[in-house]
Every structure is written in C-alpha cells, then in structure tokens.
Design a binder for this molecule. Structure first.
Ligand code: ADP
Ligand code: MG
Length: 652
C-alpha cells in the first residue's frame, strides 16, 4: 500500500546569528491513510518543527516530502496554502481562535478561503459544532467558552474543508485531564471515521491511545512503535461514515475568487472597524476633512470663475475696444482716435454696432445735491453694444446724437444719490457742470456686477462740444456680428486703421482674449486651491496608513491563523486593502456630507453666487477617497501578506 505521507532524509536547520542550529536530522518516515500517530519527545527535540513541515507551514532545508505521491518540497507558497486549506486541519495547543468571531464564524473561516458559499458554510459549521456537542454554543465568542470547548471549536474548524489529515500539536497541553481526555476521545473517533491524525504530546498515556508512537530526540527518530493501549494494530477496512467528507479540491478562477473573497473581506473589515469604533472614527476624521476641503475648494474655484465670467459677460461679449496710444500707458498718440474713424468702422460687414466714447468727470447737481460723477459721451449704439436695459425711460436716439442734444442717462447708483425720494426722474432737468440736461432714462442695475460707481451717459457730440471741447475720442467700442471670429476681426480692424492713420497709433482689447486670459488665471487659481486641499487629504491618508500599520502589527497572530488555515497571501492583502478602502470611502461619504452642509452655509453668506454640489464633485470625492484608500492601504497590506505564518502564529 502506498503511504499517504512519505518523508525521505528530511533536514531542517535554523541560523541563529551566524550559528547553524540543526533541529531535524535525517528524518525518514511513512504514514498511512487512517493512522493515528503520536509524536513524543522531550521539549526542544523538534516535534513542532516536524509538524510544521508536515502541514506545509514550514519547508525542510533538505530531503523530500511526498504527500500522496505529490512532491511537496517543490510547491510554491500559494500551492502550500492550498494544501493547508484543502487537505490539512491544524489543532493548536493554544486553540488559536479569533477572539472577535463567534464559534461558528471561526469554524467557517477555512471554507471562506476555499470559496464555498455562505449557506453551505453556515450549515456545515453548525453541523460540525453540533456533532462535537457545541450546538448551544455556536454564537459564543471564544472568551465565553471553556478551554475544552475552545479546543473542540478548533477541531471543528480543522474539519471544515474535510480535514483529511489532522495535525494536533499538544492539543491537550492547556487542558485539565478530563477535558484532555474528551479531546483525545474526539480525535480517536475522527481517526476511526477515516481521518489521518498526527498529534504531538509528551504525555505517555495520551500517546498510548494512538496506533503508533514515534519518539524524537535531538531531531532524530529514536523509536517508532505500535501503541499498546487502546491502539488498533491494523487499519480497519471499513470506516463509519461521519465528518469525513473530503471536499473536492476546488480550483477557482481569479474573478470568482475576487467576487467571493471581496464580499467576505468586506464583512470582516466591517467587523474590525466596528470593534474599534473610536479609533476608526478619529482616523477617518483626517479623510473627512481632506475630502471636504478638496470638494469645497473645487466648488469655490468654480463659483469664482463663474462669477468673474458673468461680470465679463455683462461688459458685453464679442466686443472689441480700440484705445489711442501704441499700448497701455502710452502718452504720445493720445489724439489718434477721432470721429472720422466711426463711419469707417461702421461700414465693415462684420461690425454690428460702433460707439465712440468721450470720457470726462464733472460735478452734477440737482437742487441742493452736488456730486462728482464720471461722464461718458457715447453714440446711440452704445446701449445695444453693452446690452443695457432700463428701469425708467430709454436711451437717446441717433437724431439726438446728431443734434448734440442735452439729454442724459443715469445709472441706478447716481439716481439713488440725486433723487432718493422721487418715483420718476425722466423729464427732470439737472446740471452737469454748468450745462443743463434733461434726464431721459435710468439704467437698470445688473445683479452680478455689484457696486458700479456714479455714472452718467450723454451723446458724445454733446460732451465733445460742451464739456471737453476736444476733437478726439477716449475709446471706440465695436460689437461684432454674430459668428464673426474675434481674433480675425481684430486683425482686420488693425489693418484697416493702420492703413487709414498711416501708422499704428492705437491698441485693441478683445473681450474674447480677455475672457481667455481670465479663464487661464482662474484656472491657475483653482489648481492652486486644489493643491492646498490635496495636502490635507494626503495628511489624512498618512493617518490611515499609520493606523493600518499599527493594525497589522496588532493582528499579527490573526494573520498567522488565517494563513495556517489556508489563506493565500493575496487573501490577506485583499483583506487589509479593503479595510483601508472602506475606512476611506466612509470618510469620503462623511466628507461629502460636510461639504453639502458647508455649501449651504456659504450660499447664505454669498447670495447670488452659484455654489452647489455637482455630480462631478461627488465623483471627485469618491475617486479621491478610493485612491487614498488604495494608496494608504497598499503598504500595510503588503507587509501583512508577506508575513511568515509560523512567525506570526508565535507572536504574542
Ligand atoms: P519541540 O516542539 O519539540 O519542543 P521545536 O520543534 O519547537 O521543539 O524546536 C526544536 C528546536 O529548534 C529548539 O531548540 C528551538 O530552539 C529550535 N528552533 C525552532 N524554531 C526556530 C527558529 N525559527 N529559529 C531558531 N531556532 C529554532
Ligand atoms: Mg513544540
């Protein structure tokens, strides 16, 4: 008959500093299916080391290990995890149950990593616990169970995925003799049902219940005998049916693995987070503040840009303004723009309207009130050009401009100052300097532009003839026809005027280029705000990373247990990664809520501003928190996944 386990010349040494310690020396051993083998020997003789190699938790330094003719020594870490999961069941002296999980949840654990569905897991865990007399205790935490009961939970866990080979390292070592006796009876029963049981003990009476006793001393086998008491000398041919339900080895696709493990990992992560509420909350606070500041500053940046562009729009879009002088600040060509330019420009097919502007500043008077105001002499096209609307009266006509009529338009601020109590001011006569004018209209205030100063408009002919007495213009405003290209028209206009004037004694401002430069400036401003906000998000992320590292250290033993019962490195990685993503996403959601509240407050403070949470800000919050979750979870998760299960299990 072929042995189930076959060790040939197994060596194991450790390096302690630069000193080589030989722990196992030339171990050759065959164990058959259905045997119950006890390994005895003094403390330090290498029993646990041998068990760990048998169970695929450790690798020999030399020799070969075959399990049902499969060469174990050649397997990679993932395949070893697979063996631990599917073929072996570990029972430890100190039970190694997870303190935060109930008995049933502990028992279910190996099946999670084997990709079994929830219902199946629950039913099997419950029936295993029931068959070990723990039906009533399935929802108890380990701390609420006696040592003997905890050990039976760990036996149930070892059987969860079939447990073809049960490896028990001093399973009764921490129990009183009665509980120890019960555990031995259970192991004996399991063996009778077809499981192969290998146990380590230093108690001769316990060893006597095995079929076979192997004695180790100083890492070598010094005796290998059939047991005497209660032992069965021959392996029975037929076994009672029982727990021995070897489950088929499952090879699952990465996608199925991800789908099933991530839901379980999410559940486990939630339990961990809930168990450390305060700590998680404080860690999360960093992310909450980070996400809220990113979202709010982006919203504010958008609102500021909106506001600036709105103001620009109120100045008139697709308009070009021509000023005298070769550029801003030039004093030489102050007289280069004249009335003669106006009809010339108006004739161009791409021009819709033109207005000359002659500016001045004068004292204006009505009754006893006397105020300094800025005066613009413009053409009748001006109202159309700057999209003015009127709360009273209307703009002056072409005929009034031709005639140099003494008519005036006020802006709302000036009207309030001069006529605080009057309901209608059109038709009233006021003084500009010494010249009487009739008020024909009042310009309606635009909500977005805010305080506008005190302003009055007259026909430019009137201003030129009666106030300034000069022949030149301060600027010429041109409105383009719908669809005319701003830059193109600016070029044509330049060529036209250069030809006419004989030199370039003017400069041009185009609302389109102004808008572009403002957009560029506010864009930079927004980027700057976002960068500042990102700093707080990064700080929050570092907080999460830090706590995740602490958590990995705290849960070293838990990681060891998970790996011993068959978790792959990627299972552990996924679990910690999902935990940090969950923390960050929850923090992100809270941050979004905080931004929504702040938005309402800001709206109150800045009426007229368009501030609101948009879909894109939600997407930004989601992706930023997801991203910080992955970034801050990655390093801790990798550290966790790279742990050596043996070292982790020994961690206190
Ligand atoms: P037992 O279980 O029989 O008491 P172990 O197998 O635990 O003995 O250990 C056998 C010997 O190997 C001990 O002397 C122990 O100090 C040594 N040993 C075990 N693990 C390591 C290790 N990781 N590094 C160095 N020495 C080790
Ligand atoms: Mg030991």
């Amino acid at each position: 008959m072929m042995p189930l386990i076959e060790l040939k010349a197994i060596y194991r040494h450790f390096w302690v500093g630069d000193k080589k310690v030989d722990v196992l020396k030339n171990i050759s051993l065959s164990i058959f299916s259905g045997e119950m083998v006890a390994i005895m020997g003094p403390s330090g003789s290498g029993k646990s080391t041998l068990m760990n190699i048998l169970g695929g938790l450790d690798r020999p330094s030399g020799g070969t290990y075959k399990l049902s003719d499969m060469n174990i020594t050649a397997l990679n870490d993932n395949a070893l995890a697979g063996l631990r999961r599917e073929r072996f069941g570990f029972v430890f002296q100190r039970y190694q149950l997870m303190a935060s999980l109930t008995a049933a949840q502990n028992v279910e654990m190996p099946a999670i990593y084997a990709g079994q569905n929830r219902n199946f897991r629950r039913r099997r865990a419950e029936s295993l616990l029931a068959s070990l007399g723990l039906e009533e205790r399935k929802d108890y935490l380990p701390s609420q169970l006696s040592g003997g009961q905890q050990q039976r939970v760990s036996i149930a866990r070892a059987l969860m995925n079939g447990g073809q080979i049960i490896l028990a390292d001093e399973p009764t070592g921490a129990l009183d003799s009665k509980a120890g006796h019960d555990i031995m009876l259970t192991l004996r029963q399991l063996c009778d049902q077809g499981h192969t049981v290998i146990l380590v003990t230093h108690d001769a009476t316990i060893a006597g219940q095995a079929d076979r006793v192997i004695v180790l001393r100083d890492g070598a086998i010094i005796n290998d005998v059939k047991g005497t008491k209660g032992g069965i000398t021959a392996i029975p041919d037929c076994r009672e049916p029982g727990f021995n339900m070897p489950l088929p080895l499952r090879s699952i696709s990465p996608l199925t693995w991800f789908a099933s493990s991530s839901t379980d990992a999410l559940l486990m992560a939630w339990r961990v987070i809930w168990a450390r509420k305060l700590r998680t909350f404080l860690t999360m606070l960093g992310i909450v503040i980070g996400i809220a500041s990113v979202v709010i500053l982006i919203l504010l940046g958008d609102a500021v840009q909106d506001q600036v562009l709105k103001n620009l729009h109120s100045m008139g879009t697709d308009s070009i303004t021509i000023y005298p002088g070769s550029d801003i600040g030039d004093e030489v060509f102050q007289r280069s723009l004249t009335y003669d330019d106006i009809p010339l420009i108006r004739k161009q097919p791409w021009v819709q309207a033109v207005s000359a502007t002659v500016s001045s500043s004068e004292r204006v008077r009505f009754g006893s009130r006397d105020i300094q105001a800025s005066i613009s002499g413009v053409s009748s096209d001006y109202a159309h050009l700057f999209e003015l609307s009127f709360s009273e009266g209307r703009f002056f006509t072409d005929a009034q401009v031709e005639a140099g009529a003494q008519v005036a338009i006020l802006n709302s601020s000036l009207r309030r100052r001069l006529f605080p109590r009057d309901t209608d001011v059109t038709g009233k006569v006021m003084l500009i300097g010494t010249i009487p004018v009739i008020i024909v209209g009042v310009v309606k205030e635009k909500p977005s532009t805010g305080e506008e100063g005190l302003h009055i408009w007259l026909p430019w002919t009137t201003v030129a003839a009666r106030l300034t007495g000069t022949g030149w213009l301060n600027s010429v405003s041109v409105k383009l026809r719908q669809g005319a290209d701003g830059a193109e028209s600016e070029k044509k206009l330049t060529n036209l005027l250069v030809l006419y004037h004989g030199r370039k004694d003017f400069y041009i401002r185009n609302s389109d280029t102004i808008r572009k430069s403002i957009e560029k400036t506010t864009g930079t401003f927004r980027l700057f705000l976002t960068l500042i906000a990102s700093v707080s998000l990064i700080v929050g992320g570092i907080g999460v990373m830090n706590i995740m590292l602490v958590s990995v250290t705290e849960r070293t033993r838990e990681i060891g247990i998970r790996m011993a019962i068959g978790a792959r490195a990627r299972d552990v990685l996924l679990q910690f990664l999902i935990e940090s993503i969950l923390v960050c996403l929850t923090g992100g959601a809270a941050g979004l809520l905080l931004s929504a509240i702040t938005t309402q407050v800001l709206k109150h403070w800045l009426p007229g501003w368009d501030i609101h949470l948009s879909v894109s800000s939600m997407l930004i919050a989601f992706s930023c928190s997801m991203f910080s979750g992955v970034i801050s979870g990655w390093l801790p998760a990798r550290i966790a996944a790279r742990q050596n299960p043996l070292v982790s299990l020994a961690h206190e």
